[in-house]
Design a protein around this ligand. Structure first.
Ligand SMILES: [Zn+2]
Length: 591
């Protein structure tokens, strides 16, 4: 059990081990449908430019300036180009001034320098989660109901938990939550929910966030019935009689249902973010990329929280375009940037979860030929976003999704060569060896999520088959090919947002069923740490500001309770909260 989780999220009594649900075995009827361009498609053209590179540049404080603080008696894993190890760090005005031996650094202390003896502990750069949905973690933590192991493991226990929620709700009140895995029926349907919630509308999302199920009362409120067509890029599942089963795949389909759900208010968003911020700080996280912001309001709220001094973690924000019409919103984005928050670019999802992965060959999920965007419109949108000067990241699970995205990036970059745009591919669960070479040659970055192997690993094997599963998330192949690789949690899609869990996943590649997936692709601790620090900064053009412990970078630091080097992945997974976390030299967490 992850101790961080049990301590910080005990009221949720999180997972003691994922139940044995077979995420891959889905009986849903397949609905392949013709995609057609929206009649209201806006012209796809160059749009206002997000600044590609941060405006802020930092300089190392003058050598003779008296430091504000010195951390000493440490084992400092600097993650510089040579992976140097030091003993002490001097900080001046939120920036690292000097890194070296205790003797060298303490010699610079003045009368007012605060000296902190960390008792021989390890200091690493603050961890940077380059793909997390912090707002969603907050909403799940505060507002949405957890229907997860160990309490909820099958349909019966789901019904029991729902019945209790119904008892506490007023008639007609919405119940919304998230479920993780049911061992007897991976995807519950409307009738499973109806049995205990005839009068309350219910919508529960699978924790990955890519599909969900509504009961009959909710379908009625949303006006979804046998005549409702699946939208382009999504699936409203129907049974053999043509009746909706209550299951919706992909956001565009879930949005049809969500039109009827109570809106998420600004207060809920603010409250969620601020509630989870200290939990993140305790894990050593000092920066995060919210890589899926689906509304402009949330961008504004992040910016306001930073301006009001309520955020102390640094945020890098990506706006998600779910529809081509969202291109019109680019003109409304405030491309604001300060030391704590920065708008960095755009996000598109081109397929869904493993079940709806867009692949070259048939798989055992729900749909394997479906893209969430029509290919031409997608390519034009990538071109328009590229021409805007911003950075683009695209969610790709299947190998065909990855190739389509490489093609789109390559076409945009050839038509309009720009220096170092660093466009990203997110997840890249299934890829081909040829794709690895093209990704390297084009300077595309990969961000992936090793915890997928733990939580979805056995499901991937069932969906893609043993043979293809050998190539799931080939982290060592990417590193050895010279691809820039960053790792992160993708929380709440994976429930463990603590970087230690992600590092452990990259090192052992073990599914909860104890199957090891591609053991030759495992990373060492130092490789994983670099992917979660320096490379995560690189993934947003921010490596000159953070990601390693070097003079002239922000003093964003994690002081570990125990030395992670030489730990087994299991021990790392159970690492206690950090001894101390500093952002810009300010202590934001202390054990
Ligand atoms: Zn994500």
């Amino acid at each position: 059990m992850n101790r961080l989780f049990s301590q910080k999220m005990s009221r949720r009594k999180f997972i003691t081990g994922v139940s044995t649900a077979l995420l891959g075995l889905v009986i849903g009827c397949r609905q392949e449908q013709k995609l057609s361009p929206s009649p209201q498609a806006p012209p796809l053209q160059a749009t206002p430019a997000a600044p590609l590179v941060p405006h802020i540049t930092l300089l190392p404080p003058a050598g003779d300036a008296v430091p504000d603080m010195i951390l000493h008696n440490a084992k400092v894993l600097t993650v510089d180009a040579r992976d140097s190890i030091a003993q002490a760090i001097a900080i001046k005005d939120s920036v690292i001034q000097k890194v070296g031996s205790d003797q060298e650094v303490l010699a610079t202390a003045g009368e007012n320098t605060q000296r902190v003896d960390v008792g021989g502990r390890v200091i690493t750069p603050g961890l940077i989660d380059a793909h997390i949905h912090l707002r969603a973690v907050g909403l799940n933590n505060v507002y949405f109901m957890p229907l997860i192991p160990p309490e909820v493991v099958d349909v019966q226990s789901l019904q029991k938990a729902l019945a209790e929620l119904v008892k506490k709700s007023a008639p007609g009140e919405w119940i919304q939550g998230y479920y993780m895995a049911l061992r007897d029926k991976p995807i519950p349907d409307r009738y499973d929910l109806d049995a205990v919630s005839a009068d309350n509308p219910v919508f529960i999302m699978q924790i990955s966030g890519h599909y969900g199920v509504a009961n009959s009362a909710a379908l009625q409120l949303a006006g979804v019935n046998a005549s409702t067509q699946s939208p382009a890029g999504g699936i409203i599942e129907k049974d053999k009689n043509g009746e909706p089963t209550g299951v919706f795949f992909n956001h565009v389909a879930m949005d049809i249902l969500r039109k009827a759900t109570p809106p998420i208010t600004e207060e809920m968003t603010r409250d969620g973010i601020l509630t989870v911020q200290p939990l993140m700080a305790a894990t050593g996280m000092t920066s995060f990329h919210d890589n899926n912001i689906r509304d402009l309001k949330t961008i504004r709220i992040y910016q306001e929280l930073a301006k009001n001094g309520q955020m102390y973690l640094r945020s890098t924000l990506y706006y998600t375009l779910e529809y081509q019409q969202n291109l019109q919103n680019l003109a409304k984005i405030d491309y604001y940037e300060d030391a704590l928050t920065r708008f960095a670019g755009y996000k598109i999802l081109i397929d869904g979860s493993g079940l709806t992965a867009f692949c070259h060959e048939k798989h055992n999920g729900v749909a394997w030929t479906k893209t969430t965007w029509e290919a031409d419109i997608y390519q034009q949108t990538i071109r328009a976003l590229h021409d805007s000067g911003g950075q683009i990241s695209v969610h790709c699970v299947g190998d065909a999704a990855v190739d389509l995205t490489i093609d789109a990036y390559e076409a945009a970059m050839n038509a309009n060569p720009r220096p170092d745009p660093r466009h990203r591919i997110e997840h890249a669960v299934l890829t081909t060896p040829q794709a690895t070479q093209r990704i390297k040659d084009l300077g595309i970055l990969i961000h992936t999520n090793p915890q997928f192997l733990y939580i979805f690993g056995s499901g991937f094997i069932q969906i893609f088959g043993e043979h293809r599963a050998e190539r799931i998330i080939p982290t060592r192949e990417w590193l050895e090919s010279g691809v820039h690789l960053s790792i992160g949690s993708d929380a709440p899609s994976c429930p463990w947002y603590a970087p230690c869990a992600t590092l452990a996943g990259a090192m052992n590649r073990m599914a909860y069923t104890k199957q090891v997936i591609g053991s030759d692709q495992a990373l060492t601790f130092m490789e994983a740490l670099r992917a979660h620090t320096y490379e995560a900064a690189y993934a947003a053009h921010e490596e000159h500001l953070k990601g390693s412990i070097e003079p002239g970078k922000y003093a964003d630091l994690a002081v570990w309770q125990q030395d992670p080097e030489g730990m087994t992945p299991g021990e790392l997974f159970n690492m206690p909260p950090m001894y101390m976390t500093l952002v810009g030299g300010k202590v934001v967490h202390q054990a």
